[in-house]
Design a binder for this molecule. Structure first.
Ligand code: GDP
Ligand code: ZN
Length: 389
């Protein structure tokens, strides 16, 4: 135990709640020995899957302010998967994520800097992203001031430069670096016990093997709340898992590029599901006749009616806004000419009855268009009784 800067030995009785690194505790002195009395309430927690149980989680660190997610560019190249996983774990435990991109000295051209584009979604979520180089010292001061007087854990794949950054933050630390074993190219893990380092600038860093070999375990239904960008999109079902349900606003947003595909794929991986959104601009299967449709053919990326049967799907309120959470098939009921002479198909939703108009595409089935245009008034697409009433 660290007691006012002094390290003291302390016994933990079996009846005690097991303390985790970072915990604040009260102690009892008795008979020349020191006992842990209580573990004080935790402000934040970082948890991982308990390897000894199929369902339980284990607290690996307590009262951490920042999870510093370290990634590197070029060597190894930027990976966002680990960022997404840590974003979820951190938010779930009340810990602020901070992304630290190391090795920016290796980005020697504007072209090379494009690798950093993958981090834009996190900045848009309000996550602080700090670029640095442990080698040149660039950005280390920014990192130091962000972490000053905070308790942090550094997480990230081995080889990204975590030890080097800690050394740069406090040269007196002298941690061993160079994670690549020459024989198999895999990282080494030298830490076996949890350690709390106190660095210059009053930065405290927990290094724990539990953090590094983190297993992920969370109720799949909980994971979606830690993808804040999903909350702006409405789904037909309140408990939508954003995978197989019809009328899923999240999947539409991914398809239209409003939610980054990589984030959605991470989400699916974390809940153990296959990503099911068709890529934007590539084909989709017609909900009515099963035809494979390639939107590019019609020159519009928002196309969602099938050129063969002309059926569509109820996705939009206004063309292309993807604001509807209905998702039901839409039947082509009429052909109309808009102002300016542009032809449009009128669609009616089979489920909610909403009408919409869609521009006729160059490859639409002409015979079907004609038959719709010439549809006898015996089968009018709109209720005629309202006319002239
Ligand atoms: P860790 O496994 O995350 O602790 O990574 P290390 O700190 O051991 O660093 C892994 C390797 O990357 C070492 O060979 C370092 O010299 C190198 N490295 C660390 N930081 C930088 C950096 O900012 N720029 C470059 N070019 N190399 C770095
Ligand atoms: Zn959904």
């Amino acid at each position: 135990m660290d007691c006012d800067g002094e390290t003291i030995e302390c016994q933990v009785r079996r009846a005690n709640e097991q303390p985790a690194v970072g915990d604040r505790v009260t102690l009892l002195a008795s008979g020349g020995l020191c006992f842990l009395d209580t573990v004080l309430p935790r402000r934040t927690v970082l948890t991982r899957a308990d390897p000894e149980s199929l369902s339980a989680t284990k607290t690996i660190a307590a009262n951490v302010d920042f999870a510093v997610i370290v990634v590197s560019v070029k060597a190894p190249p930027l990976h966002v998967r680990l960022i997404d996983r840590w974003m979820v774990i951190a938010q779930a435990g009340g810990v602020d994520p901070l992304i630290c991109v190391n090795k920016i000295d290796l980005l020697d051209s504007d072209e090379a800097r494009r690798e950093l584009d993958a981090l834009r979604p996190y900045e848009e979520l309000g996550v602080q992203v700090i670029e640095c180089s442990a080698s040149t010292g660039a950005g280390i001061e920014d990192l130091a001031s962000a972490l000053s007087s905070r308790l942090c854990v550094f997480v990230g794949h081995s080889g990204v430069g975590k030890s080097s950054i800690l050394n740069a933050l406090d040269p007196s630390l002298r941690l061993a670096t160079n994670a690549l074993r020459s024989s198999d190219g895999k990282g080494r893990h030298t830490t076996t016990a949890s350690t709390l380092y106190r660095l210059a600038n009053d930065i405290a860093v927990i290094d724990t093997p539990g953090v590094r070999e983190l297993g992920f375990r969370m109720d799949p239904r909980e994971v979606r709340w830690y993808f804040p960008e999903f909350q702006n999109h409405r789904c037909r079902f309140g408990d939508c898992s954003h995978t197989n349900e019809p009328g899923c606003g999240v999947k539409l947003a991914v398809r239209d590029g409003a939610i980054p595909r990589a984030r959605y794929e991470s989400y699916c991986r974390l809940i153990g599901a296959e990503p099911v959104v068709e890529p934007n601009g590539t084909s989709f299967r017609c909900i009515n006749c099963g035809e494979q449709v390639t939107p590019d053919d019609s020159g519009t990326r928002h196309r969602n009616h099938c050129p063969k049967c002309l059926w569509s799907v109820h996705l939009d309120h206004q063309p292309g806004d993807r604001a509807s959470c209905c998702g039901a098939p839409m039947e082509p009921v009429a052909v109309w000419v808009r102002k300016g002479g542009e032809w449009a198909i009128i669609h009616r939703c089979r489920e909610c009855g909403e009408l919409s108009s869609n521009r006729v595409a160059a490859d639409d089935n002409e015979m079907l268009l004609l038959s719709l245009a010439a549809k006898p008034l015996a089968q009018p697409p709109f209720p005629l009784e309202r006319l002239g009433g």
